[in-house]
Design a protein around this ligand. Sequence first.
Ligand SMILES: O=C1O[C@H]([C@@H](O)CO)C(O)=C1O
Length: 547
Amino acid sequence: AKIHRHRWDVRYEFKSPDCYKKLTITINGKSPGPTILAQQGDTVIVEVTNSLGTENLAVHWHGIRQIGSPWSDGTEGVTQCPVVPGDTFTYRFVVDRPGTYMYHAHYGMQREAGLYGSILVSLPDGEVEPFAYDYDRSIILNDWYHKSTYEQAAGLSSVNFVWVGEPQSLLIHGRGRFNCSTVTTDQSVCNVTSPECLPYFFTAVPGKVYRLRIGSLTALSALSFQIEGHNMTVVEADGHYVEPFEVSNLFIYSGETYSVLVKADQDPSRNYWMTTSIVSRNSTTPPALAILNYYPNHPRRSPPTSPPVGPAWNDVEPRVEQSRAVKAHQGYIHTPPPKPDRTIVMLNTQNRINGRIRWSVNNVSLDFPTTPYLISMRENIKGVFDPKPTPDTLLGYNNYDIYSVANNTNATAASSIYRLKFNSTVDVILQNANTMTKNNSETHPWHLHGHDFWVLGYGIGKFDPEQDPKKYNLVNPIMKNTAPLHPHGWTALRFVANNPGVWAFHCHIESHFFMGMLTAFEEGIEKVGKLPSEIMGCGRTRGHSRP
Ligand SMILES: O=C1O[C@H]([C@@H](O)CO)C(O)=C1O
């Protein structure tokens, strides 16, 4: 196995990814940052220097399980103290599975300021994927706000709540296009001729098959991605091979990755649009455009057609159907344990707590302890958080009407942690509910750190603990690290608690995460090796004398 060493300088720079000038967090001058390429079993070392000047930093390796290195998960508040300005922090981890992964900031709402990129892990020499293609390309989809994360965070955490609103643009691999003519103040902030906001393209040789890896790291938006005139065959999801199925548009939620195969089999005398558009919210944000360039046409030549329009934002059924269609590829099925040792039903609600709007799991909205869980639990530092466990099922859950406006007024903001028996099998039923707005329920992509889970099923309505488990897919469920919870629906997940550490489990929507929509799992803390002193330095870890 090889060692890949990267040195990153992280700083703020003015960038215009959608033609509009904004302070953007860059890695070595770039957003998206450099792609990490490695082979299964290799070690990746990233020395991250925080040159943000006045802001802390943490970087998460999304989809990498961090087996034996839970302190490298990069989740501020859970696995490490933040990296303070001027410091260099070294992340070191093994990429133990082939596939498409991502990295991004995991401190406050920092991700949406631009610190993100791809991790592509190839197969060991001599092994091949169960599908054929000629070329490999990868893109990350994102949404983009013009306000700073500070303004957003202040609005979200104020008693006079200010919602972040819809993003100004969507970006396809860091490129979008804001309508500069709407800027009425300082015209110089928006420049449609900036080369930074030229649309992304990739060039296809007619007749060839492209593996297109698509990731989403949106702050808010659920997306549909489509390529004019071309169907896509889904073959990979979150690093696991998918029993191939064809789609005309791919629904993708923040934190997910997919590989699709695209055959360049259309009229080669022209280019084609690739677009991404918002679903699940009645958004004002226009779609983003990119170009599928057929060689030898000029890559900047606009297709002669109008860009394909995405599906209706409020049509939930096709999204649920596509979620259900993602199954493990024959020959690559990891069979889940037949029964859980423990079932946790997580009711997702929006609440008002101390005058503020928050999101809760079983009426607990997470406030991070100032001492990261991994450190306080491994080092037995007492008094850091309330050890009272979050309930496995909310008291009164059976009578909770998921269609009524959330009125569970006794929700609290607290530390939230589930302690799992090592090696036990855990089912998590994510149960969606109505928000505090009438007839409204949102899509929440839930992401689990440190594991892949089996996706056992999706449903609409309230989960029936008697009947619904009988319909679970235990034959060929896909394993993923992120799965959507659909409006007014439920999602059933199963995982084995076999990775010593403390792992965040959260809604991947940046503002919802910030509003407390997360919890954490501890398992096998006594098996965690000696913590590196680099992750210390905040809260009660300061001055803590280590055994
Ligand atoms: O967390 C959220 O708050 C707003 C809205 O519910 C209250 O303004 C919204 O759309 C969210 O997703």
